[in-house]
Design a binder for this molecule. Structure first.
Ligand SMILES: [Zn+2]
Length: 64
C-alpha cells in the first residue's frame, strides 16, 4: 500500500510493499499521480493509489 509523507516543503511517496522505492513530489496531485504510476507498474492488481489519485483529482477539479 502506498502512502504520502507530507512535509512543509515536499511530499515523499512511500510504498509499504517496496521498502527500496521512494519518490518525491511537491504537490499532492503530482504525488498521487506518481504513486498511481508506481502501483500500475509494480502492483498491477492494486488500485488504492489510483483511486486516491482519481478522488484527489476530482476534488481539486483538475482537468487531466
Ligand atoms: Zn510498491
Amino acid at each position: 500500500m502506498i502512502r504520502l509523507d507530507c512535509t512543509r516543503v515536499s511530499i515523499v511517496i512511500v510504498c509499504t510493499d517496496c521498502p527500496y522505492w521512494r519518490a518525491m513530489r511537491f504537490t499532492k496531485h503530482e504525488a498521487w499521480k506518481c504513486a498511481a504510476d508506481h502501483e500500475k507498474r509494480t502492483h498491477p492488481g492494486l488500485t488504492q493509489a489510483q483511486n486516491a489519485f482519481t478522488k484527489h483529482r476530482a476534488r481539486e477539479g483538475h482537468a487531466v
